[in-house]
Design a protein around this ligand. Structure first.
Ligand SMILES: [Zn+2]
Length: 308
């Protein structure tokens, strides 16, 4: 007499004998044991049960772009390509997470010690995944999320939508207006460096419901109308020049001030005039808590500065 084979695990009627069908989503997440069930629960909550295929690999999205691990990179993209072919996958969903050991191992503990810096690092990683996906297959839709240790997920990056997607109902004018206000507020008095750009873009997507390309467009046009420039390396260079010259007492001489204004004009592609450049330098000094050094004659006068 033969006994039936022993199976572990529940037998789910709806799965029994089901023919291989379609999965539209390919999930890329990390192997962290603390979040394995949370990732599954999240996908269920999104209504994706039995609609996704999945790769779990240390670092999640990082594994898709980590140049130090080429075998991982190809494993991810080759699995995705195969799943696209046999399951009809159209969308890549990346789920990175807080306190990821793989990311800490790759970039160092210090890079993720601060929660905000850690988040920004993941935004950058996800942006790279999006770029890489676009390079490999522009028809793939990509979405990246960042999971907290309690299982909550923030959507952090989506790829620029294809033509037509800009008119999605999410991109309502009032959302654009609200995001524009936010960018204006952030612009007042501070240069926008790369990290700040990422922060703003991410807010535009996650909090204002804009498509990434639309948030980017708002960001650029708002910066342009505020007489600023994205990636203001020049302004940052001027800042560090002034910082180096001002010394501990934070005093800037008239000649250093003029040199800073020239530097700003040279590096400014928008072609600002001397007066605007001086005003910009003055604003930088105010931000940095720097003050003008009085000239020798007229005695102790800061008129050269006050009149700008
Ligand atoms: Zn991890």
């Amino acid at each position: 007499m033969t006994s039936p084979p022993n199976f572990d695990g529940p037998r789910r009627g709806r799965s029994a004998g089901r023919a291989a069908g379609k999965a539209d989503v390919f999930v890329l997440s990390c192997i962290d044991y603390r979040l394995v069930d949370d990732v599954t629960a999240y996908l269920t909550q999104r209504g994706l049960d039995e609609r996704y295929s999945e790769v779990r690999i240390a670092g999640g999205g990082l594994a898709a772009v980590d140049g130090t691990r080429p075998s991982w990179v190809s494993a991810v993209w080759e699995n995705l390509a195969l799943s696209r072919q046999i399951h009809g996958v159209r969308r890549l969903l990346v789920i990175n997470h807080r306190d990821c050991s793989a990311v800490a191992h790759r970039f160092g503990r210090a890079a993720v010690a601060d929660p905000d810096a850690e988040f920004r690092l993941h935004v950058r990683i996800c942006q790279e995944v999006v770029d890489e996906a676009m390079r490999r297959d522009p028809t793939l839709e990509v979405e990246c999320g960042f999971m907290e240790l309690d299982g909550r997920v923030q959507r952090i990056v989506t790829q620029p939508p294809r033509a037509g997607a800009m008119s999605s109902p999410l991109a309502a004018p009032d959302r654009r207006a609200a995001f524009t206000e936010r960018v204006r507020a952030r612009l007042s008095g501070r240069p926008i460096d790369r990290a700040a750009q990422f922060d703003l873009l991410q807010l535009g997507v996650t909090e204002h419901g804009l498509a990434a390309a639309e948030a980017d467009a708002v960001l650029r046009s708002t910066v342009a109308e505020s007489d600023g420039r994205l990636g203001r390396d020049t302004e940052l260079a001027v800042e560090s020049f002034l910082g180096a010259r001002a010394g501990r007492r934070r005093r800037v001489s008239q000649s250093d001030f003029e040199a800073a204004a020239r530097l700003l004009r040279m590096g400014n592609e928008d072609g600002i005039d001397g007066i605007a450049a001086r005003r910009r330098v003055k604003a930088i000094m105010a931000r940095q808590g720097m003050r003008p050094r009085p000239v020798l004659w007229p005695p102790f006068s800061r008129r050269w500065y006050n009149e700008i």
